[in-house]
Design a binder for this molecule. Structure first.
Ligand SMILES: C[S@@+](CC[C@H](N)C(=O)[O-])C[C@H]1O[C@@H](n2cnc3c(N)ncnc32)[C@H](O)[C@@H]1O
Ligand SMILES: [Zn+2]
Length: 317
């Protein structure tokens, strides 16, 4: 484990905005679906001496840090190693029927990103793993590059990374594999991407960023599980309960936005259909017509917040 203090590793993104929408008050119960290093949960617990939080994360290492950080809150916080796709089972096990608020701060934590061993970032050479849950049986990023077809790899990089050069990258990956030199480390992948893309002077990010993001999303099934999780979170809320989601890329934000719209009763049926068939039903009130984004000061202090978007709803039905 890195010996840095967790406090120094993760600055919670859009913290005051998240609290403003969650509005914790005495006696309420919150669910933090992405505990990470516990920054948001700590702030929720600090709002009142009588608020409790059930928090989960699929990363055991993050849980270790968060437990330390939150020790002083004693029984007011309960932490489990779990995936938010299992939110309902976690609440059932704890005998909790309804909660007052849910927070999901999606994506990777700085602990994961800065890890020298887990392959999320490319500052260090490491095996291409990228599983947030190191205990899970799902294939690693290297595993995907070894088994998927060239077309599947290209589609994945295009869809989840919005990478224009996805086909060239996929072709090189498969060529290497066929020559008996599969891409298995972060450095190999960075070099391959650098050779495959044309850099534009306008590009502010490293050319490999998009490919790494795409693989991480695929490995952890981040988009596939999001919509069902949003439904589960809303189902678990009391009337007037709040749900706040912070996302970090456009694909994720699109799923959040459209699922919230659907849950707010917006009909997505094709035009001219005589009767609504999409099951639109008014379950939530959208509290953020446009997503809330960090201001310049926050981005200056915490550059990783730059792509964050916060959306919030209130359950009304
Ligand atoms: C951006 S960090 C959260 C940081 C946290 N809010 C804080 O203030 O320290 C995201 C965390 O969510 C976790 N995570 C991502 N997807 C998850 C999922 N499907 N189930 C459980 N945890 C997940 C990651 O392991 C990571 O630790
Ligand atoms: Zn409809």
């Amino acid at each position: 484990m890195p010996d840095k203090k967790p406090e120094n590793l993760h600055t919670p993104v859009l913290l005051s905005e998240a609290l403003q929408f969650l509005e914790p008050t005495s006696g309420q119960i919150f669910f933090d679906a992405t505990l990470g290093l516990g920054g948001h949960t700590e702030a929720i617990l600090e709002t009142s001496g009588n608020v409790t939080v059930i928090a989960i994360d699929q990363d055991r290492e993050a849980i270790g840090f968060a437990k330390n950080r939150l020790e002083r809150f004693g029984k007011r916080v309960t932490i489990f190693h779990s995936n938010f796709s299992e939110m309902k089972q976690v609440l059932k096990k704890e005998n909790i029927k309804e909660i007052d608020g849910v927070l999901a701060d999606l994506g990777v934590s700085s602990l994961q990103f800065d890890s020298e061993a887990r392959g999320f970032g490319f500052r260090f050479d490491a095996p291409l793993d990228m599983r947030m849950d190191a205990d899970s049986e799902t294939p690693t990023a290297a595993g995907l590059l070894e088994t998927l077809s060239q077309e599947e790899i290209a589609n994945l990089i295009y869809l989840y990374g919005e990478e224009r050069f996805s086909r060239r990258i996929a072709r090189r990956i498969v060529e290497k594999r066929e020559n008996g030199e599969p891409v298995t480390t972060t450095r190999q992948l960075v070099e391959l991407v650098e050779k495959s893309v044309r850099r534009s002077p306008k590009d502010k990010i490293h050319p490999a960023t998009r490919t790494f993001q795409a693989l991480r999303i695929a490995v952890n099934h981040e988009i596939e599980i999001l919509e069902q999780f949003i439904h589960d979170a809303i189902d678990s809320l009391k009337i007037d309960g709040r749900f706040v989601v912070i996302s970090f890329h456009s694909l994720e934000d699109r799923v959040v936005k459209q699922t919230f719209q659907r849950l707010s009763g917006k009909c997505f049926c094709p035009p001219r259909i005589p009767k609504c068939m999409c099951g639109a039903k008014e379950t939530v009130e959208i509290l953020t017509r446009k997503p809330i984004v960090p201001g310049e000061v926050e981005i200056g202090v915490n550059p990783r917040s730059r792509s964050a978007k916060l959306r919030a709803v209130r359950k009304i039905n």
